[in-house]
Design a protein around this ligand. Sequence first.
Ligand SMILES: *Cc1c(COP(=O)(O)O)cnc(C)c1O
Length: 383
Amino acid sequence: MSASNIPLSVPLLKGNEWKYVKDCLDSGWVSSVGGYVTRFEDAVKKYLGMSHAVACVNGTSALHIALLAVGVIPGDEVIVPALTFVAPANAVRYAGAHPVFMDAEAVYWQMDAAKLQDFCARQCDVQQGRLVNRQTGRTVRAIVPVDVLGHPCDMDAIMGIARQYGLKVVEDNAESLGSRYKEHPTGKRADMTCLSFNGNKIITAGGGGMVVTDNSALAERARYLSTQAKDDPIEYIHHEIGYNARLTGVQAAMGLAQLELLDGYVEKKRAIAKRYDEAFRNVPGLSIPSQAPWARSSYWLYTIMIDGQAYGKESRALLKTLESQGIQSRPLWHPLHQLKPFCDCMAYQVEVAIALYQRCLSLPSSVGLTEEDQERVIKAVRL
Ligand SMILES: *Cc1c(COP(=O)(O)O)cnc(C)c1O
């Protein structure tokens, strides 16, 4: 008899999801209008300790709306990590701007603040208060730091550079909801922060996203742009191109129920990470993920780094071994600057991201992963 498959990351719907979704349907307010969208926004604001939240149809759309709200215009450049899911780079293109890919640092795998500083200081000039990329002649408008795999990037360092050079910051917290940076939930320091409630995230609304901020003007702008930029709701006057990017009530009802479970889910993920850490700490050729002194990571996806020579097997060979035992694992994302849609974009000294892509593997990290299943994964990895 073959054991059941162990997926990488699947949702756990064990709270008030059915109750709230049924209530939403019973009320008839299933679209973006009605109580659940506001309730979900209010609950997220409260959880994060932020003043404003605008629910969006998904995390990618939240990034697009936030980039527009902070003032990214066609022809601008926006600094994006080379090592991340493609969504932030796509959102930059939706805004008509060009991503500039920044390397990851080797310890925590987040955007390298030293290289970022270097890029601004050596590769750009300040002209009339704007940062201009000397090679392309384009205005560098914003940075999108991503909390990769749930580990917060060093936002104080990144914000310092952004303020020095007049850059806007849109933080991508799609993977780090529930994580903390220093004393606050992640996302507190940026101009705007984006969340995702996709099915593989720590909590899900089936699909969904949100923009959060402490800046009321930016929040108003995001709300306006995400609701078709309606200037007169009676006469249907629109002064700008808007987007239909709002979340629906049914999804918000599910998201609200999931949010009630978030703190418990973070503890589950951290317990999974602790067991993996203990099992892999002394295995030759395996590196466990490091947690920075400023970080309390949600360990959204637990990821190991493999030195093929010392371990006896490269990352992709381990992936195949695990697959043959019904265990799903996944490499990190292909470095974005090497992908076809972005190969003309500038990449600044990207080296670490390429090595991490070759050597890392994410292991099953579902909130509902049982200790028996995790033991199977551990045995398979330890050979
Ligand atoms: C999942 C994810 C997104 C996109 O969210 P969707 O809701 O799927 O559009 C954006 N950025 C990162 C880093 C992600 O992991």
